[in-house]
Design a protein around this ligand. Structure first.
Ligand code: ATP
Ligand code: MG
Length: 290
């Protein structure tokens, strides 16, 4: 039996000072579940999950990162060996293990990880034959949900049953977008899927925000697409822009978030700024009268 602090992460649980701090910030008892999704490959979903998780944790939020991608990149990027998992997200989806027993602490960064690997492909195939298949992750996370301020779910680059499970478990979708010519291609099918999930199983679901990633301000096209996104989606687009930054690309090979690789890098700064923006949006949401 693994000890509880390892299974459910450090993140200041049971720490009275941080509990008090959270109450002051108006976040007590509220968990925000954010699916990071875009069926386009290589747009920065995993990079965003790992680094936003570490940055939110650095502001004393209790964070769980869920790896729903059979590639297991988020798991590896956090320094957890996807090839040597005793239990994984596959077991949790199939109901063979609980989330609490499967969650690990990230070796670097004060957050927790529900690790995933290629077994998730098996889970996806099995789920296809199941009734209530899209609810599996939501139900599995329910017993641990209250332990965290934020749960970030890394989705695979396709709209499949794993992504639908993530969207069903989430309250918001964060969509990373590369500012290039084909950026908007495929976005409408993701927005359609979000709408479908909202109208069928998850009425709470909303687009939390669009994040511009790998931006190179020296490239005119990057700036043009970026402006188009803002013109079209207005304040749904995060003000924070993630620049193309070699430190962000290197950090996964060391199995750590960029904050623990080079905290002064532009990549680390950008994800800290994103965490700040996410928290401000949350504050506005919880303090704005209905
Ligand atoms: P997939 O669709 O395959 O899951 P993804 O959307 O999760 O991909 P990432 O894996 O985060 O995308 O990023 C793709 C590649 O780009 C990775 O090698 C990553 O290290 C690199 N990368 C991501 N963001 C940046 C950045 N801002 N600057 C430089 N490199 C980046
Ligand atoms: Mg990925």
């Amino acid at each position: 039996m693994r000890d509880m602090s390892l299974r459910c992460g450090g993140s200041g649980q049971g720490n009275h000072d941080s509990d008090k701090w959270r109450r002051t910030a108006g976040l007590a008892g509220m968990t925000r579940v954010i699916a990071v999704a875009n069926q386009k490959g290589g747009v920065g979903k995993t990079t965003t999950c790992v680094n936003l998780a570490a940055s939110l944790a650095a502001t004393h939020r209790r964070v769980l990162l869920v790896d729903m991608d059979p590639q297991g990149n988020a798991t590896m990027g956090c320094g957890i060996d996807k090839m040597n998992l005793e239990r994984s997200a596959c077991d949790v989806l199939l109901g063979d293990e609980t989330a609490a027993d499967t969650i690990l602490s990230a070796p670097e960064g004060d957050f927790s990880v529900l690790p995933g690997n290629e077994d998730l492909t098996l889970a996806e195939v099995r789920l296809l034959q199941d009734i209530g298949r899209e609810m599996r992750l939501r139900k599995a996370l329910a017993p641990v949900r209250g332990l965290y301020d934020f749960i970030l779910i890394d989705c695979p680059p396709s709209i499949n049953m794993l992504t639908v499970n993530a969207l069903t478990a989430a309250d918001g979708v964060l969509i990373p977008m590369q500012c290039e010519y084909y950026a908007l291609e495929g976005l409408s099918s993701l927005l359609n899927t979000i709408e479908q999930v909202r109208t069928t199983v998850n009425p709470e679901l909303e687009v939390f925000g669009l994040l511009r990633t790998m931006v190179d301000p020296r490239i005119n096209l990057s700036n043009e697409v970026s402006e188009q996104l803002v013109a079209h989606f207005e304040d749904k687009v995060f003000r924070t822009v993630v620049p193309r930054n070699v430190r962000l690309a290197e950090a996964p090979s060391f199995g750590r978030p960029v904050l623990y690789h080079d905290r002064t890098s532009r990549g680390a700064m950008a994800y800290l700024a994103l965490a700040g923006e996410v928290l401000r949006r949350e504050d506005d949401r919880t303090t704005t009268p209905m």
